[in-house]
Design a protein around this ligand. Sequence first.
Ligand code: NAI
Length: 270
Amino acid sequence: MQVIQNCAVIGAGTMGSGIAQVAASAGLPVTMIDASADALGRGMQRIQDSLARLVKKGTLKPEDAEAITKRIKPSPELSEAGGADLVIEAIFEDEAVKRATWEKLNAACRADAIFASNTSSISISRLAAAVANPERFIGMHFFNPVPVMKLIEVIRGNRTSPEACATVVELSKRLGKNADRGQRLPRLHLHRVLMPLINEAIFAVYEGVAKPEAIDEIFKLGMAHPMGPLTLADFIGLDVCLNIMEVLQRGFRRSQVPPLSAAAPDGRLR
Ligand code: NAI
């Protein structure tokens, strides 16, 4: 097992900025890379706001917040991932875009680096085919918001080595998370259970059965869920939900994707 000393996070969006924050909070120097300068700026701002909230709550000292921020180096250049022990990719959920990015990372990074994708739905084995050492490629599926949620699903591809898995499980613990050794989609995986629920809730709205607020209320009052499935869908992002449902649909050939997931006018249900 390798002990990860530093990492690069590719993508400074919702997930990438959260992952960079928790890695830097665990003491790792982090290079946070995004193709968009605006996204990098927004990602750094999101991290500073999140740390400022912890300082205000009294759970983080101001000097520690400053030290965490300083450990994160934002960059627009993929080549800056070259020295990383671990590269965690959290870019758009698009297989072609991810594969092209992994090909470039494969060329830029050390041969002994571990490569992890935060994909919600794309096969780890298929992504691993883009790099020279698929045994060092693994899924690290974080949950949103990353600094709050305590689970990482560690997903092995066909060729992921036990050593890479052990390395990532050990790192997950250092990040303060429980590592669940999940299986590849479309088998056992949180989304296999969650997404059909969200999908049916969207169908219920689409077919005029109930308003989104009413469906969410049922789950909060009747099931003691902290938020209803439609609020959760908005939180995850309808585009991300749609991608996952399409992967499940291809895998199981039994769920239909309601047109409303793709056609909500402003990309939200409520
Ligand atoms: P996002 O849209 O907030 O961020 C994606 C970022 O990637 C953007 O800032 C974009 O500029 C950047 N990007 C896109 N292509 C790039 C490239 N070729 N090189 C460098 N940067 C690039 O997306 P989000 O929500 O953070 O999702 C990222 C990944 O995490 C997806 O694979 C998603 O399925 C997964 N995920 C999302 C969760 C969620 O609740 N949003 C939960 C768990 C996983």
